[in-house]
Design a protein around this ligand. Structure first.
Ligand code: ADP
Length: 556
């Protein structure tokens, strides 16, 4: 054994807590509650996290125990992001849009010992939720005016405390434990679009490395002078890791509770001087429409420079549209199992000028330390020629190697993971091509591909072209069963201005428009007009629900 090696510093979230307290105590966290703006400094956040950790300890929560949150984006949720993992417990962020039955199941599956819940959520679910026996205490967070009438009922009061009273008497100082980097820090369940929700268990090491990945210039390039607005929920994959990254970098944070409508975004961007924000494309396409319609709003968001956008494919019209307002859209790709970021679209200096426009819409290059490959159905590597599609697989220190409690993969086996070439690989279920420069382009989710006459049609490619059409507000392509071809594509459309005349006009234009981009057999046979498309927990279009509703409308 050689001597004289470097220090063995465990990569834990305590690094972030210490750094933000020492270097950036006066930077701010602005939360926009529906009725007011709340501004706290990082000094206050870290001190209150200390009080919170003391209070949690008094409840008898030990290392490795799970503490659940059911909350929108706020300074209190951020305090939990620090207190729970830094005291050695595991932060289990539950999707606040689930039904009470599903929430009960997740609390029981994770064996959560405490539940922190926003009052606005508690008021709406408390009527019928049966808090499982594993939960020792429910702490209600005052995200709205606390009204006696809305206080928990007698049975629930046995369990309940209000957040401010829960931490009030506690000292801010705490003897934070030394943690190992392989201890669990967070737990987030997948949305269940591919089967039962499965728990992804993040470690201190994986989360700390993912945080650093967000700071890489060829990652998200978050830095001290940024003011960051993660407009994705903090219950979803650590809000893409942006709160931890902001604290590590020393960037100020702006949090939006639950509203992602354009007016709320404009108000918070203006109040906090936001420089970068992130959410799924549907949020930003509504925002872009608003900026175009309201020049006064465009003037109020002049501080905004960069939009890392992901969760679903980003269209060229979104990229070009924001460029007109001086805002750079950075396309990202990820999934809950990858903490979640795996790819970011940064422009390589060695791209030929003619390659640049096309490359901008790819999902991007693997972030340093992420390794990617595409494989065929037999698991054989496919070439990086930009045309061969195969399943995208990822090896990374922040990718999952299994599910919490050993739950099975999407098809009931443990096929989500495979081990070969001396590495563990996460099978993403996404079909992609990789070009010779290493840019990954997602063709579709395997389960969303439309199979017509033995050939695959990418629903995503159809959606992206429809999104570029000036009359279209939202679009999705789904397959409907077909006796002759097995499946045929249907275009589900929300028009910018939905009138009978506009529908007729769009129908007339549809085929000539699509035939500029697709061979005849790939063009949807039918247009289905909608007022709104169903969305999942992060605002992405929920194709499973869309298919069900489409079939129901058809049958009804
Ligand atoms: P879910 O979408 O099931 O709620 P995730 O947030 O984990 O849960 O979603 C991950 C999936 O989202 C990826 O596997 C991929 O299919 C899709 N996705 C994420 N980012 C992009 C992107 N930039 N382009 C296309 N698809 C994306």
């Amino acid at each position: 054994m050689l001597t004289g090696l470097m220090q063995q510093v465990p990569l834990t979230l305590n690094m972030i807590r210490e750094r933000v307290a020492v270097l950036y105590p006066d930077k701010t966290v602005t939360t926009r509650f529906p009725d007011r703006l709340h501004v706290a400094t990082y000094r206050e956040i870290v001190e209150r996290a200390g009080q919170l950790a003391n209070a949690i300890r008094e409840c008898g929560v030990d290392r490795g125990a799970r503490v659940a949150t059911l909350a929108w984006n706020s300074h209190r949720h951020l305090e939990l992001y620090l207190a729970v993992p830094c005291m050695g417990a595991v932060l289990h962020t539950i999707n606040a849009r689930l039904s009470s039955g599903d929430i009960e199941k997740l609390l029981a599956d994770a064996e959560d010992e405490l539940l922190f819940v926003d009052q606005s959520i508690w008021r709406t679910i408390c009527a019928d939720i049966r808090v499982p026996a594993c939960v020792k205490r429910v702490v209600v967070m005052e995200d709205e005016h606390v009204d006696e009438a809305a206080a928990p009922s007698t049975d629930q009061a046995r369990l309940c405390a209000l957040y401010e009273a829960f931490i009030e008497a506690q000292p801010p100082n705490i003897d934070w434990p030394s943690l190992g980097e392989d201890e669990a820090s967070g737990l987030c369940y997948t949305s269940g679009t591919t089967g039962d929700p499965k728990g992804v268990l993040y470690s201190h090491r994986s989360t700390t490395l993912h945080t650093l990945g967000c700071l890489f210039v060829d990652g998200i390039a978050m830095r001290e002078r940024d003011v960051c607005l993660p407009a994705v929920p903090m219950f979803h994959a650590n809000a893409w890791g942006f709160p931890y990254a902001a604290m590590m970098a020393g960037a100020a944070l702006a949090l939006l509770c639950r509203q992602t409508d354009p007016a709320s975004l404009v108000e918070l961007i203006n109040a906090a001087g936001v420089t970068m924000a992130t959410a799924v494309p549907t949020v930003w396409s509504n925002f872009l429409d608003h900026l175009r319609a309201e020049p006064a709003s465009a003037a109020r968001i002049a501080s905004m420079k960069r939009l890392p956008v992901g969760g679903a494919a980003v269209s060229r019209s979104l990229i070009d549209g924001f460029a007109q307002f001086g805002i750079e859209v950075m396309h990202c790709w990820g999934m809950t199992e990858i903490s979640p970021l795996g790819l970011t679209n940064v422009e390589r200096s060695d791209l030929a000028p003619e390659e640049r426009p096309h490359t901008r819409t790819a999902q991007g290059l693997p972030i340093p330390t992420c390794t990617v490959r595409i494989v065929d159905e037999h698991g054989r590597r496919l070439p990086w020629d930009g045309t061969a599609p195969g399943e995208l697989q990822v090896a990374s220190p922040w990718a999952a190697a299994g599910y919490f409690g050993g739950s099975a993969g999407p098809d009931g086996s443990s096929r989500s993971f495979t081990r070969d070439e001396g590495r563990e690989w996460l099978r993403t279920g996404d079909i992609a091509t990789i070009d010779p420069h290493g840019y990954v382009r997602i063709v579709d989710r395997a389960k969303d591909l439309i199979k017509s006459g033995g050939e695959w049609i990418s629903s995503q490619a159809i959606e992206l072209q429809l999104a570029n059409h000036p009359d279209v507000r939202e679009a999705a392509a789904i397959g409907r069963p077909d006796p002759k071809w097995q499946e045929r594509p249907i275009a589900c459309i929300v028009l910018q201005h939905d009138t009978p005349e506009n529908r007729k006009r769009f129908e007339m234009q549809f085929k000539p428009y699509m035939s500029q981009f697709f061979p005849k057999w790939q063009i949807p046979d039918e247009i289905s007009f909608w007022n709104d498309l169903p969305k999942g927990k992060t605002g992405k279009i929920d194709k499973m629900v869309l298919r069900q509703q489409f079939m129901r409308n058809r049958e009804g």
